[in-house]
Design a binder for this molecule. Structure first.
Ligand code: GLC
Length: 528
């Protein structure tokens, strides 16, 4: 394991800072809140925190609309709080990864305010402007992810500007060398503060077709999906020039010690892997969202793991993500029983796992009444991300121990049962299962850095073997369905169950064949 870096053998934990812990009783989480919970994170055993944006922002998209890249929004604290958080996290061997949002700024960023002043403004070319069509219409058919056209008319200067997300989030022109210079300076600013890496927001959006060609219609679109899916974003995303920017970002990171460059990229495997670069000069970890985007089906997941493993360029390090602040909670997608199986899968696959706050408790999508919706995506196209962003459930007490004031989003209705305080005491809780999986993974080279060999995927069952140069081999068997099943593994001999979703099976000796009940997962240490 010593030959591997922290972001390879470690576990990443995503914190949505508005909802993690509130230290100053305004109902919104903050950096001092995170600071107060470092002991919990160390106890859980994770290695790194990725904190969603904490920069000054008008909060049109809750911080993904940045108005200053090198400061902290007062709602989250200040630079001193950030420095203290870094110091304290590092003292506990926890790394801190920041979100970086380079594709767009807020419309209240001084650059955009300057750019829209006149066509001749020195910052005009920092953004993407276009003349109207002949009848004043939008320059092309591109859609905003959050609904409607991706073009916004600017009355003052008589041009449209492009925004892949909200009109309050104008896209930057990454073909402009000055934009790159400024953004790289912001990255350096944080790296110099001691930040351990970045999760780069919508990395596959950075460059758009220079000729603004129309996107083709998506023949697979079905009514009810997000309107954005009506077109294939062939010209507005995933352009070859992006890889040049990724290489520049990576070169910058390489000037520092052991920092990690993570990219948010929703693309099919064959495209995703190009973001690793051609010779290890791209992102360290282009986020792999297959456990989120695929149906919860053993054959499809096993096939995708195989395809992913088989397509990785030499020396590229895999990674797996089970949930994030943009997606329904895993416990709501697959159910509470399968959430336990999902925990085993996430923490036994080869590659860096990323875990979303609260998923270790089985927090579910919360009920948010229409008048309570905060998320602009929810307001605009009816697909709200609020249910997965509710306050962390710490305790059965008032406001779930998140804050002493009413929180900015309602609490999950189950917080009195589903919370850290309770689950810490219960050896059979999901939280205890997560903790033990992380502990085992840390201890065993086979699980943290070993090879992956698929065994079977049959019906609802999926099984694989993990093996390293040192330490025992592990067999992982998962039942992704509710019906019982069995697995023959004669060629592997015998072993002992060390972790099971049903804890009574732990310490069970197994040989040649094993039986699984429904919603069952077993981690078996194979005899030498
Ligand atoms: C990313 C973020 C999401 C945000 C969007 C626009 O997808 O994860 O929360 O709304 O980018 O910045």
């Amino acid at each position: 394991m010593r030959s591997h870096l922290w972001w390879q053998h470690g576990v990443i934990y995503q914190i949505y800072p508005r909802s993690f812990a509130d230290s100053n009783a305004d109902g919104i989480g903050d950096l001092r809140g995170v600071l107060a919970k470092l002991d919990y994170l160390a106890w859980l055993g994770v290695d790194a925190l990725w904190i969603s944006p904490i920069y000054p922002s008008p909060m049109a998209d809750f911080g993904y609309d940045v108005s200053n890249y090198t400061d902290i929004h007062p709602v989250f604290g200040n630079m001193d709080d950030m420095r203290e958080l870094l110091r304290a996290a590092h003292a506990k061997n926890l790394k801190v990864i920041l979100d970086f949002v380079p594709n767009h700024t807020s419309n209240e960023h001084p650059w955009f305010e300057e750019a829209r002043r006149s066509r001749g403004s020195e910052k005009r070319d920092f953004y993407l402007w276009s003349e109207p069509g002949r009848n004043g219409e939008v320059p092309n058919n591109w859609l905003s992810v959050f609904g409607g056209s991706a073009w916004e008319w600017d009355e003052e200067t008589g041009q449209y500007y492009y925004h892949a997300f909200l009109k309050e989030q104008p896209d930057l022109n990454w073909r402009n060398p000055l934009v790159r210079q400024h953004m790289y300076a912001a990255m350096r600013f944080w790296l110099d503060q001691g930040i351990d890496g970045f999760r780069v927001d919508v990395l596959w959006h950075l460059i758009k077709d220079a000729e603004w060609r129309d996107n083709p219609p998506n023949p697979d679109y079905v009514a009810g999906q997000a309107p954005y899916n009506q077109l294939i974003p062939a010209y507005s995303t995933d352009q070859p020039e992006i890889l040049e920017i990724v290489r520049e970002m990576r070169a910058l990171m390489n000037e520092y010690d052991e920092r990690v460059l993570i990219g948010e990229i929703y693309l099919p495997i064959r495209r995703l892997i190009s973001y690793y670069g051609t010779s290890g000069d791209g992102a360290h970890l282009p986020f792999n969202f297959q456990l989120i985007t695929l149906p919860w089906n053993a054959r499809q997941i096993a096939a995708a793991v195989g395809e992913y493993e088989g397509s990785l360029p030499p020396n590229a390090w895999p990674n797996w993500v089970l949930g994030n602040h943009d997606q329904p909670r895993v416990a709501s997608r697959v159910g509470l029983s399968q959430a336990r199986v999902a925990a085993v899968l996430l923490l036994t696959l080869r590659g860096t796992p990323t875990l979303y706050y609260g998923d270790e408790l089985g927090m579910r999508d919360a009920v948010i009444f229409p008048e309570q919706i905060q998320d602009p995506q929810g307001k605009n196209i009816g697909i709200s991300r609020d249910p997965a962003r509710t306050p962390m459930q710490w305790a059965p007490s008032t406001h779930a121990g998140f804050s002493s004031a009413p929180p900015w989003l309602p609490l999950g209705h189950d917080y009195e049962h589903c919370n850290v305080e309770r689950q810490t005491r219960d050896p059979d809780s999901l939280l205890s299962l997560y903790r033990r999986l992380i502990e085992l993974r840390r201890k065993e080279p086979a699980l943290s850095v070993g090879s992956y060999r698929p065994l079977v995927s049959d019906g609802d069952l999926m099984a694989f073997v993990r093996e390293a140069d040192e330490g025992p081999r592990y067999l992982v068997v998962l039942n992704l369905g509710p019906r019982p099943g069995h697995l023959s593994f004669d060629a592997l001999g015998s072993g002992e169950v060390v972790i099971a979703t049903e804890s009574r099976r732990e310490a069970e000796r197994v040989k040649d064949r094993l039986i699984l009940t429904g919603d069952d997962a077993l981690v078996v240490r194979l005899d030498a």
